[in-house]
Design a protein around this ligand. Sequence first.
Ligand code: NDP
Length: 289
Amino acid sequence: MTATTLDGRAMGKEIRAELREEVQNYKQVRGQAPGLVIVRVGGDAASGVYSKAILRIATDIGVEARLEQLPESASPDDLRSLLLHLNQDQAVQGIIVQMPLPSHLSQKMVADTIAPEKDIDGISPQSAGNLFLGVPSFLPSTAAAVMEILERTRTPLAGKQAVVIGRSNVVGKPLSIMLLQKNATVTVCHSRTENLAAVTRRADILVAAVGRANMVTAEMVRSGAIVIDVGINALPEGGIVGDVDFASVREVAGAVTPTPGGVGPLTNVLLLKQCIQAAWYQIGGRSSS
Ligand code: NDP
């Protein structure tokens, strides 16, 4: 049996259509579109591509988005004053800061400075704390994208064994809490996990968020498991692959996300979804999405 391929691009298209409608509803109530600002300090070509991808989706669904580019040499005060200014700006409902920052700038300062109600990528201590406590909050968008795939494919989670490989603050850790909230029995693996394959073979739902090309092979996957590949790995010979060895795993799994074309295309869409939710919260309304 060959696994079903979970098509992130098709799901992204479907969600964008929903968001377009949601933006129209919001505009009717507020008289203007939700506003999003991407802050970038210096940055390489890859982060430029990432900013452009977000701006493209924003334009497609009708969110007013712009890039605030600071020079590589920007001081902590320059960045902090820009964020404080955006916190006050009534036309801005969501703020994201592109990571990584130049080494003289602190990610913690950014997380502590962005107003929690505009923190649409869920990086602030308040968002993380709310997630931990089970209070509605903004979620790190990649982890939210994984949950969206599971939800849209109606994957049963309650009582199931979910194994997450990776425990970063942006993906593995928040995702494990989200899965727990959906009543999955969650195991989190990391670089010190012993006998990884024995743990992953127990998974009904297996998520790989590591950053090691093709590390999850068929022998590590239980027959019929749902496998979600978060990893994005550039190969020295060119091309991008995930953490999951798609060719072998699809012979065993029930469903698997491809890379590219799986989680990646959904991450930015989920970021925009949270920007629209932020906009509704800020005017005391409720989003229907
Ligand atoms: P991090 O490097 O922050 O975390 C990687 C995690 O993998 C760590 O918890 C680490 O363990 C664990 N790990 C490393 N080696 C092993 C191993 N041999 N066995 C088991 N666990 C291991 O990465 P991120 O969470 O930021 O990202 C993970 C991947 O997802 C990357 O490829 C990244 O490019 C991709 N990504 C994709 C996004 C998307 O939109 N699709 C967005 C964000 C990230 P330990 O904690 O012990 O070091």
